[in-house]
Design a protein around this ligand. Structure first.
Ligand code: IVH
Length: 695
């Protein structure tokens, strides 16, 4: 990508060369901004990025008449991913879990069979699954009312997406009107994509015009759909495959296969490689077929999706956090390549972990240029004996960070020294220590380490956390370095005076920023908990905590109680499906740390965290109740009983205490039932429970 012009000193450039280079710089910086701010996936270091901006500014200073209307100096960060109205999805748009081989797939299928009791009781009953390619595009939800397309929305964070109705009308394969007889309300979901040939042709055109070139068909599709000016979308060859539904007023189909057939009849494109399979052998055979045809297909796919065919089973299986229990993605093996390690550097993360990174001779892996790959930790480098100068095999799978797999040819690396893992933090110089039994080496600098502070603030404003429009990671870092903000709460104390006169900030952008900050003074609980950056607590866990405790006050009180080993509060935390002992320890410790409490108190003085309302449990007779299942259940598995109770807003616990509201006791219930009776709790039979919870 680097232009040859860049080796010429600015003083030596001719005006023609300056024009050419400013065009390239504008394009490159814009791309880096988007990768950084919107995709959270920068491909260059901060220093390299700054050098590009500096060179751009220097050329502009020497050739003021060449300053372009789209010059990077006119703008800070990427155009916010806003401008589109927001759409709250009536049914969340979910993601999928992954499996990578037949064994993992078998485990997934076994899990389904265990969950649906009639299948575990009758091993011969077939479990039909529909297998279809996983299209590498962007998902979209199309809402039809009385057969007319009334709204199109991107996935966004799964709960709220962007309104792209005007754009979707220009996508071939998206019908704007459906035939008679479709349900009154019908949300059709699927993937917008660009074919490989259209992508290549588009890039040729873009290049000829000196416009942005896209890295791959998926980026091209996303960039083309999310155009504020829909007439640009109209000129881009986008397509659509339908494969799911959201809110519907009726479901005149009983299986996913039947739904796909209806979609076809209604005029949607459905993928021709969609098949109903009656077991793992057929599934694997179809996986092989799809994989064999992968290269010939004119669109990118990155795996095969399997979905339980029967809808009544899908409904019973429900969801675990953000992914259905009834569907899974079987990913194709990761793409690999061999390149050279130019250097090993150390990155300091938000929790102080020192992560070694291989700086690589850039190489294209599966259509993406990879210049860095993680080396995980000190042991990993030692075990693989990776040294600077080695040829290594790297792999890139989906969106995960590329990793170094092995040294391919050490080229006689004995002459080169092994990597010495630092014993001090490369950023703050504090001691770096590795605790007994831990793989990670951590900087002990805590609050004094700017790297940790940077990363914590970046995390706080990231897309799935506070997501403040116009306030990217780069900005918070610059504000931190200049002393404008130290802790997250400071963001809410920024004023126009503090920002006035800063490079790149004008009255209008300052005003926009302050408005965007003000807009986040009220925030949903899962986002808030995630933003705190508690070790091991990702989005899914943050959601689980919000769901379990409902409010920040309740969560903090419970975490305080949970400091006592053996306490009910700790037991409750551990009873949450998805929270294990090590995670629980990190969560409890976070809330026990005085500094964290000071930051939290300060934040809560500035921000209102909305209580988490469990969806659709209004009117449920068991909402908020704590239920214990004991003994044998006849009609459902334990898993299904627990999932159903939770879907109705109940908490399910494994042990009986005076906090328990209901004990459902089947045959063979022993001490738990006895204890419940002693405590005078409500004890129900399975049938009584079913009657009580029947909708
Ligand atoms: S089904 C509840 N089917 O994969 C199930 N998703 O990793 C929802 N995708 O966000 C998704 N092809 O963007 C489904 N045939 C397919 C798909 C597919 C691509 C994407 C979709 C989703 C992501 C999840």
């Amino acid at each position: 990508m680097t232009s040859d012009l860049r080796s010429i000193a600015v003083e030596e450039l001719t005006s023609v060369e300056a024009d050419a280079e400013l065009a390239t710089l504008a394009r490159e910086i814009k791309e880096h901004d988007e990768r950084y701010y919107q995709k959270d996936a920068p491909t260059v270091s901060d220093a390299e990025y700054d050098a590009l901006r500096q060179r751009n500014a220097a050329i502009e200073a020497r050739f003021p008449l060449s300053v372009r209307p789209d010059s990077p100096t006119h703008r800070v960060g990427a155009a916010p991913a806003s401008g589109f109205g927001k759409v709250k999805h009536r049914k969340p748009m979910l993601s999928l879990g992954n499996v990578f081989d037949e064994d993992e797939l078998q485990d997934f299928i076994d899990g389904i069979r265990r969950f649906l009791k009639e299948l575990s009781d009758n091993p011969d009953t077939p479990l039909d699954m529909v297998a279809e390619p996983k299209i590498d595009g962007l998902s979209i939800s199309l809402r039809y009312e009385h057969g007319k397309l009334v709204q199109a929305a991107t996935r966004g964070d799964g709960t709220v997406g962007e309104d792209v109705t005007a754009n979707a009308r220009h996508v071939a394969d998206i019908p704007v009107a459906l035939p008679q007889g479709v349900p009154e309300v019908l949300e059709v979901r699927g993937e917008v994509y660009m074919s490989k040939s259209d992508f290549l042709a588009l890039n040729e055109r873009q290049e000829a015009e000196g416009s942005k070139v896209f890295a791959n068909p998926r980026n091209a599709a996303a960039g083309s759909l999310r155009q504020l000016d829909a007439s640009i979308t109209a000129k881009r060859p986008l397509k659509f495959f339908a494969y799911a539904y959201g809110e519907v007023s009726a479901t005149p189909w009983e299986t996913h296969g039947a739904f796909i057939d209806l979609l076809k009849g209604w005029g949607f494109s459905v993928n021709p490689f969609t098949r109903v399979c009656d077991g793992i052998d057929e599934i694997m055979a179809h996986y092989d077929t799809i994989q064999t045809h992968r290269a010939e297909l004119d669109y990118d796919i990155d795996g095969v999706v399997y979905k339980v065919n029967r809808l009544d089973w899908q409904e019973r299986l429900g969801f675990v956090s953000r992914a259905p229990r009834w569907a899974i993605a079987h990913k194709f093996p990761a793409e690999k390549a061999v390149t050279i390690v130019n250097a090993i550097t150390i990155q300091v993360g938000r929790t102080g972990v020192l992560t070694p990174v291989a700086e690589l001779q850039p190489i294209t892996v599966g259509g993406v240029v990879v210049g860095r790959a993680t080396l995980h930790n000190a042991d990993y480098i030692k075990d693989l004996d990776i040294r600077v100068g080695d040829h290594v095999r790297i792999q890139r799978a989906g969106d995960v960070i590329p990793q170094v797999l092995e040294v391919v040819d050490d080229g006689g690396h004995e002459g080169r020294p092994p990597f010495v893992f630092p014993t001090t933090c490369p950023v703050c110089d504090s001691h770096a220590v590795r605790e007994e039994g831990e793989a990670a080496t951590r900087c002990t600098g805590g609050l004094v380490c700017p790297a940790q502070a940077h990363e914590r603030l970046k995390h706080f404003v990231s897309r799935n956390a506070f997501d403040i429009e116009g306030l990217g990671g780069k900005h918070v870092v610059a504000f931190y370095d200049d002393g404008l903000i130290r802790t997250p709460g400071d963001i809410f104390r920024l004023t126009a005076e503090m920002l006035a006169g800063r490079e790149g900030w004008k009255d209008k952008s300052i005003q926009n920023l302050l408005e965007a900050i003000a807009a986040k003074r009220t925030i949903e609980m899962p986002r808030f908990v995630y933003a705190l950056g508690i070790r091991q607590v990702g989005q899914a866990t943050a959601r689980l905590l919000a769901k379990q405790y409902g409010s920040m006050t309740a969560l903090r009180m419970a975490m305080e109680d949970a400091r006592v080993i053996g306490s009910e509060a700790l037991e409750e935390l551990l009873s949450i499906d998805g929270i294990g002992a090590s995670m629980a320890k990190d969560i409890v410790e976070f809330f026990a740390e005085p500094h964290n409490n000071a930051v939290l108190n300060d934040l809560l003085d500035n921000v209102t965290v909305e209580d988490f309302d469990a969806p659709d449990t209004a009117g449920s007779p068991v909402a908020g109740k704590t239920v214990v299942f004991t003994g044998t259940l006849e009609t459902m598995s334990r898993g299904e009983a627990k999932a159903k109770a939770e879907a109705l807003g109940a908490k399910v616990s494994g042990s009986v205490s005076k906090k328990t509201d209901i004990v459902v006791a089947g045959p063979g219930a022993g001490s738990k039932e006895k204890k419940a009776r002693e405590l005078g709790l409500t004890v129900l039979s399975e049938q009584q429970w079913i009657n009580m919870t029947a909708s």
